[in-house]
Design a protein around this ligand. Structure first.
Ligand code: DAH
Length: 358
């Protein structure tokens, strides 16, 4: 074999042996680079006689072409192999067991509020909201609780630094100010429900400084006490899922309603246990009444044309009763074991299915 044949064989062998892109590139430089063996042959042509050049020129060129195309096809082969290896390494093993997913729970407060909203939603109520930081006017004065009114003491108010419209800022002591805010910006007919946090400076077995209420307000030209009774009765029976739950509307007093009532549901107490739905005992669950004309007027609604009813429900209270949660304070201790026990799966979407046997 002549020198040229030997060179070609050596180069083709080196190309075949190159098992990485870097090794292949080294072979390319050694052959075709500036100081490469084939480049040297090309450069040497200048020193040849015209006859020799005519004879060797095509041979050198063919050699160069064959080496170039061998490098090119080896390069493609290496790239394909690299991709195959990568794909094989990344293959999804569908037989692997799924990673355990830790599952969150819906807090009973959220669940109870969602249930209440679902029930009132079916009755045509829409949700309204107001701020947790209120001013004296919305929390008290507009609700017919003027300064020095004894009802202010009962509210154990948290006062905040600063004031608005000449009165102190407070953490709202009830959701009733949302009634005021709604009536100030919307005109009747109104049918709203306002769930939210409320605050009172009170802490013992049955009180926490922060708790939740759901407020309701209906205002129209001919809204009357019968509507109030029907609405509350419907709600209580749907919420407790007892179609013939006994209810009692007991006369009471709130400054913002006249007449006012507290609502009791029928229950029986036996051996320290409590059963809702029958028996001769009663359990108070909410306050309500016909909106006081002064409240309508202070919100810019003509009390000679419109009248309405309102109610306020303690969320923790009805949650404890329905779900058998004995201690109020546990709601806010953020104990994951408690939440796991009393919480709800995220897919337990509240619905009325089974809620009312009608
Ligand atoms: N705001 C009252 C409270 O926190 C509850 C209440 C009673 C709300 C009667 C009302 C109502 O809307 O009409 O004690």
């Amino acid at each position: 074999m002549d020198d040229l044949g030997q060179l070609e064989q050596d180069l083709l062998q080196a190309i075949a042996d190159a098992d990485t892109a870097a090794a292949l590139d080294a072979v390319r430089v050694a052959a075709l680079g500036k100081k490469g063996s084939i480049s040297a042959l090309m450069k040497g042509m200048g020193a040849l006689s015209p006859e020799e050049r005519k004879e060797k020129g095509p041979l050198f060129n063919q050699l160069k072409n064959r080496v170039e195309s061998a490098i090119e096809s080896r390069k493609t082969a290496l790239e394909t192999a690299e991709l195959d290896a990568k794909l094989a390494g990344e293959r999804v093993d569908v037989t692997l067991p799924a990673r355990p997913q830790s599952e969150g729970r819906i807090h009973p407060i959220s669940q109870t509020m969602d249930e209440a909203l679902a029930i009132f939603g079916e009755m045509g109520f829409t949700v309204a909201e107001g701020p947790d930081i209120e001013d004296d006017f919305h929390n008290f004065t507009a609700l017919n609780i003027p300064p020095e009114h004894p009802a202010r003491q009962m509210h154990d108010t948290f006062y905040l630094p600063g004031e608005r419209d000449g009165g102190p800022l407070v953490l709202r002591t009830h959701t009733s100010p949302v009634q005021v805010r709604t009536m100030q910006v919307q005109k009747p007919p109104l049918r709203i429900i306002a769930p939210g946090r409320t605050y009172r400076s009170d802490s013992d077995m049955t009180h926490t400084p922060m708790f939740h209420q759901v407020e309701g307000l209906v205002v129209d030209k001919s809204t009357h006490m019968g509507h109030l009774k029907g609405c509350i009765t419907e709600f209580c029976r749907a919420y407790f899922e007892i179609a013939d739950l006994p209810l009692r509307f007991r006369p009471s007093f709130f400054p913002f309603t006249e007449p006012s009532a507290e609502v009791d549901i029928g229950c029986s107490r036996k051996d320290g246990g409590l059963k809702i739905g029958s028996g001769g005992d009663w359990l108070e669950i909410l306050g309500c009444g016909m909106v006081h004309p002064k409240v309508l007027d202070s919100c810019g609604i003509d009390s000679h044309v419109y009248q309405g009813f309102a109610f306020g429900v303690g969320v923790e209270r009805i949650a404890m009763l329905k779900y058998g949660i004995p201690d109020l304070r546990t709601f806010f201790e953020a104990d994951l074991r408690w939440l796991h026990h009393y919480g709800f799966a995220a897919l337990d979407i509240p619905s009325l299915v089974g809620g009312l046997s009608r």
